[in-house]
Design a protein around this ligand. Structure first.
Ligand code: ADP
Ligand code: ZN
Length: 716
């Protein structure tokens, strides 16, 4: 061993310090010990086997369940100058042959393989005569039936410890659940392994939960403030995924749908376009995400509630792997809870139903909590926090509380009067004095509680009921469509012996917008420079056919925008810049930064309507400013160093947001009626849909401009 692991960290990966517990783990593996590493997504598990692979003789064999993930890891390592290859079913036999040659020649530091390939007898045979530095097992929870993603191909991996007694094994997972962890160790036969459990906190993620009211409006309000950022929107059903994606596209967002029902090549296309920053928003069922190794996901929105706290943690964890401020927003509606319950109850495995209902209830509890979200989340994983986090909706905007004793009494007695056999919505109807058919048929208009709650709106009642359930005054019977019953705790309330204090619901849209201001205020770098760096990264990445983050992460670009390095020595100081990347890309980035310093024309903005300035991102503002200077599309695009398609998207967004821009003047006069006719025929759909059948001379930009103008005409 010639270099120290610190030296490798800096020169190969470009990082200045280890994160806890990387150094400890790496030292043990370098010494030949087994390690089991439990670390949240984005914690930095990869380095824990990649650095040892460079410090031990032989090749490291890395088992990874997903081909897409494998490919990205390999691309990222190649960009750092590491000798690496992968073997999986996507390779042609010629390509696989070349990998075997490299393997036999001993010119590989790491080899990524799919589990089924690794455990093939002839492959094991081949490995048995080779010099192996270590085995790394990524997503190790896939071996456990307890985990949330059991994969039968993983079970075979349990034989590795016996077959290769002298080769250290590093098993890794982000699964928090202690039962699953125990099972993983047992299945892999890792009796001697040192177990590292890193904290589960993801301090850079802001958690927000808002009551679901008009979900599409809420979602667009959220997305509008984040026009340049990438994110995932999770919804529960395929149909919902397609609906939401379609509506977002119609509203001018760059969005695509992703779910297991789509053809393989469409899924692949979406995934790649997202990785390459070509699509900004993916609306997906949970099928999306496992295979995504994109570090600059800035937000994760749960349009529907996830089915367990584990899934919620896992899914929100896909945001902000680069450590920059990121957001997790959940829209929470009681209707979704009922839907989820029904889905669960459809199973005929009683034990499973029980477990899943418990998990769902815990999730509802989290969503309804009036205490710090982070504390609630971490406490679920047994990580108890004394202090509130100051980075969630509850901490930054605590709900007001009010004495709800009177309303609680009304609610509880009405539940009692209808015979503890009806769900929340029905009880609310009785309380509010509804005369609908069902109420009349059941003669519930004759109850003493009929109409006693008419002064409170149905939405407010819903909120009160939810809290009463959460606080344990009411119980919901899931085997009877959520029928409400009284718990023992309800008695003293009904007798007037206890007070009930509830939280006041907050305005759902306002909370979303506040979250945005919070997140926005933390940027301490020049946004326009960052955008220019990002555009350069995209060019380089497209030319090399790799995802942009393989070139540099957002965190690295943000640091460049902050420190503005113009010499190699300075650039090397930036986290994420190692020797190989310096030599490959250093000059291009330093040139851009140096040039940017020279013509940083003061960007004062005036003449914007106030509400518009609030919602525009910096890059949109810059485009608008240049538009107002009288530049045309190619002029703006050249000045900004951004593609004209990007500028066209900005302009359409500006129009959608109410800016006074005339886009038709950028379009050839004879094309306008053609595009309008198409819009009238098929509606305001996706660009490619509209483009179909139109002459070659019509560009996507033209369509954007006419579509934007058309939509704004419809609005006014
Ligand atoms: P995990 O596999 O645990 O989800 P990764 O290994 O993909 O996480 O790392 C997440 C991100 O953190 C990557 O962008 C990686 O480059 C970065 N990273 C890892 N270790 C460090 C470190 N010591 N310093 C700075 N960045 C790091
Ligand atoms: Zn908090």
């Amino acid at each position: 061993m010639t270099a120290t692991i610190h030296h490798t960290l800096k020169t190969v990966f470009g990082f200045n310090q280890f994160r806890a517990p990387q150094q400890d783990v790496i030292e043990r593996v370098v010494a030949g010990e087994d390690v089991f590493l439990v670390m949240p997504t984005g914690g930095g598990k990869s380095l824990c086997y990649q650095i040892p692979a460079l410090h031990r003789d032989g090749v490291a064999v890395v088992v990874s369940p997903l081909i897409a993930l494998m490919k990205d890891q390999v691309d990222a390592l190649i960009a750092n100058g590491v000798r690496v290859a992968c073997l999986n079913s996507s390779l042609s036999s010629g390509e696989a042959g070349r990998v075997f040659q490299q393997l036999d020649a001993g010119t590989l530091d790491l080899l990524y393989v799919a589990p089924e390939r690794l455990m093939m007898p002839d492959f094991l045979e081949r490995l048995s005569v080779m010099n192996l530095s270590l085995f790394a097992i990524d997503e190790a929870h896939c071996i456990s039936q307890w985990g949330h993603d059991f994969r039968p191909q993983y079970t075979q991996l349990g034989r590795l410890r016996e077959l290769f007694p002298a080769v250290p094994i590093v098993a890794m997972t982000a699964t928090a659940d202690p039962e699953t962890r125990k099972d993983i160790l047992a299945q892999l036969g890792l009796a001697e392994a040192t177990v590292f459990v890193a904290g589960f906190d993801r301090p850079n993620i802001t958690y927000t939960v808002v009551p679901k009211q008009k979900p599409l409006v809420q979602l667009s309000a959220f997305l509008n403030g984040r026009r340049d950022e990438a994110g995932i929107v999770y919804a529960l059903s395929r149909k919902r995924v397609e609906d939401v994606a379609e509506r977002l596209r119609t509203a001018g967002f760059s969005a695509a749908a992703y779910h297991a029902g789509l053809p393989d090549d469409e899924r692949k296309r979406v995934q790649e376009a997202f990785q390459r920053d070509d699509i900004r928003i993916v609306v997906a069922t949970v099928a999306f995400g496992m295979g995504i190794d994109k570090s600059n996901v800035r937000f994760v929105v749960h349009y529907d509630m996830p089915k367990s706290v584990e899934s919620y943690y896992q899914e929100t964890g896909r945001a902000g792997r680069d450590g920059l401020p990121s957001e997790a927003l959940m829209l929470f509606g009681m209707g979704d809870v009922m839907t989820a319950r029904k889905l669960i109850e459809n199973s005929d495995n009683a034990e499973r139903v029980k477990i899943e209902l418990q998990k769902l209830n815990a999730m509802v509890g989290y969503a309804e909590a009036l205490t710090c979200r982070r504390r609630a989340l971490l406490s679920y994983f047994g990580d108890l926090r004394e202090h509130a986090c100051d980075n969630c909706d509850i901490c930054t905007d605590p709900p007001q509380r009010f004495d709800a004793t009177e309303q609680a009494k009304k609610a509880l007695s009405c539940v009692y009067r209808v015979g503890e056999r009806f769900g929340m919505m029905y009880v609310i109807e009785v309380l509010r004095g509804s005369k609908n058919q069902r109420v009349m048929d059941l003669k519930h208009d004759r109850l003493s509680t009929w109409g006693i709650g008419a002064d409170t709106s149905a939405v407010q009642w819903e909120n009160i009921f939810r809290q009463l359930i959460h606080l344990g005054y009411l119980v919901q019977d899931f085997t009877r469509f959520g029928a409400l019953g009284l718990s023992a705790a309800a008695r003293p309330v009904l007798k007037g012996e206890t007070q009930v204090i509830l939280g006041l619901p907050r305005d759902a849209v306002e909370t979303v917008v506040k979250g945005k201001k919070r997140a926005g205020s933390r940027k301490d770098y020049d946004q326009a420079l960052f955008d220019a760096l990002r555009a350069l990264r995209k060019q380089i990445a497209d030319a090399a056919k790799v995802p942009p983050f393989v070139v540099f992460s957002d965190a690295t670009l943000a640091e460049m925008a902050r420190t503005r390095p113009t010499h190699s020595r300075e650039l090397l100081q930036v986290s994420g810049v190692g020797d190989h990347k310096l030599s490959q890309y250093g000059k291009a980035f330093m040139d851009l930064i140096a040039g940017y310093g020279r013509d940083s024309s003061a960007k004062s903005l005036s003449g914007f309507p106030d509400d518009l300035t609030l919602t525009l991102s910096d890059t949109q503002k810059e485009t608008l400013r240049l538009y107002r200077e009288g530049l045309d599309l190619s002029g703006i695009s050249a000045r900004r160093g951004l593609k004209s398609s990007t500028i066209a998207a900005h302009l359409e967004e500006l129009l959608n947001m109410g800016a006074d821009v005339d886009l038709l003047r950028f379009v050839d006069a004879e094309n306008v009626p053609l595009i309008r006719a198409k819009l009238a025929a098929v509606g305001s759909g996706s660009l490619s849909e509209l483009r179909e059948g139109l002459p070659e001379t019509v560009s996507y930009e033209d369509i954007r401009f006419v579509r934007g103008t058309w939509n704004s005409g419809l609005r006014n």
